[in-house]
Design a protein around this ligand. Structure first.
Ligand SMILES: NC(=O)c1ccc[n+]([C@@H]2O[C@H](COP(=O)([O-])OP(=O)(O)OC[C@H]3O[C@@H](n4cnc5c(N)ncnc54)[C@H](OP(=O)(O)O)[C@@H]3O)[C@@H](O)[C@H]2O)c1
Length: 281
């Protein structure tokens, strides 16, 4: 894999544009798959307290840093994201939850910590965000962001705390292109990160994507990841085999044409592979 470009976040932090997602990776497989991803050239790992696999992710990171052979990685080359779960929202609860995440990860500093869902009916995301700012001020996280925030949640948060979250991680793929949210991200200066960038596999049979993939001699997964990269999105595909993990990282040797990008733009159909943020509390 050619090294992924990075996307600048606030305060001099930069996140690799291509990372590896670990949702639904069982805890007993997390160290191996995160290690496979690091070996394949990924430098960013996306986990969450809710995934139950932070400990394995942390072991893979520490192993990559302590590897005696050539190729040992420095901590500064690696980027680890975790998230505060819904039931841990609120100032004190979020601080306690982060203590647990940090202990599970076994890392002195977490690169990015997100509020997993806004949970508007709980109405605690402003206090939760303030806890994450405190963690950043204490040097325990480098960047603070949100996930699944809708425009109204972002506007209220920015009004209340007087700063803009570094990242909003949202469901985003060719069948759900999120134009309104992405326009607001551009206006406010929030980096867009795509979760379920392959729509959990649903888009892999799309005939237009298949045609474009065939024209480049690559897979639909690679075509879709390439689309994300050319859109400027941070993208974190998950896969369960070393072959797929490598395949998904092999996306820097071809480029989609403007016409192909336009054909993919026309595939938007409001399809969600996961929950709508308004339905999660
Ligand atoms: N913030 C949030 O609320 C939120 C929600 C969901 C996800 N996420 C994050 O986003 C990451 C990615 O999303 P996701 O895991 O839901 O879905 P995804 O990355 O869109 O798709 C993963 C699915 O695609 C398959 N796949 C991957 N590469 C493939 C390839 N080259 N060929 C064929 N099939 C392939 C995988 O199969 P195998 O696993 O069998 O290889 C898996 O079933 C998560 O892991 C997580 O880190 C965040």
């Amino acid at each position: 894999m050619i090294a992924s470009p990075t996307v600048p976040l606030a305060r001099g932090v930069a996140i690799p544009q291509l990372g590896f997602g670990l949702y639904k990776v069982p805890p007993e497989d997390a160290e191996r798959l995160a290690g496979d991803a690091l070996a394949a050239g990924y430098r960013s790992l996306d986990t969450a307290a809710m995934y139950g696999n932070e400990a394995g992710v942390g072991r893979a990171v520490r192993r990559a840093m302590s590897h005696a052979r050539a190729g040992r990685l420095e901590r500064g080359e690696l980027f680890v994201t975790t998230k505060i779960w819904n039931t841990d929202q609120g100032y004190d609860a979020a601080l306690r939850a982060f203590d647990c995440s940090q202990a599970e990860l076994g890392l002195d500093v977490v690169d990015l910590c997100l509020i997993h869902w806004p949970c508007p009916r709980r109405d605690l995301y402003v206090d939760t965000y303030r806890a994450l700012v405190r963690l950043r001020e204490d040097g325990r996280v480098r960047a603070v962001g949100v996930s699944n925030f809708q425009p109204a949640h972002l506007r209220r948060l920015v009004d209340a705390v007087g700063e803009v979250p570094a990242v909003n991680q949202i469901e985003l793929h060719p069948w759900l292109q999120q134009h309104e949210l992405r326009a607001l991200h551009r206006e406010l200066g929030i980096a867009t990160e795509a979760w379920s960038p392959l729509a959990r596999g649903h888009i892999l049979e799309d005939p237009v994507l298949r045609e474009i993939a065939a024209a480049h001699g690559v897979s639909v997964a690679q075509t879709t990841i390439r689309w994300h990269l050319q859109e400027g999105t941070i993208v974190i595909p998950k896969a369960s085999s070393p072959q797929r993990i490598r395949e998904n990282a092999d996306v820097f040797g071809f480029a989609l044409t403007d016409e192909e990008m336009a054909r993919i733009a026309a595939l938007d159909r409001g399809f969600r592979s996961g929950s709508h943020p308004d339905d999660v509390n």
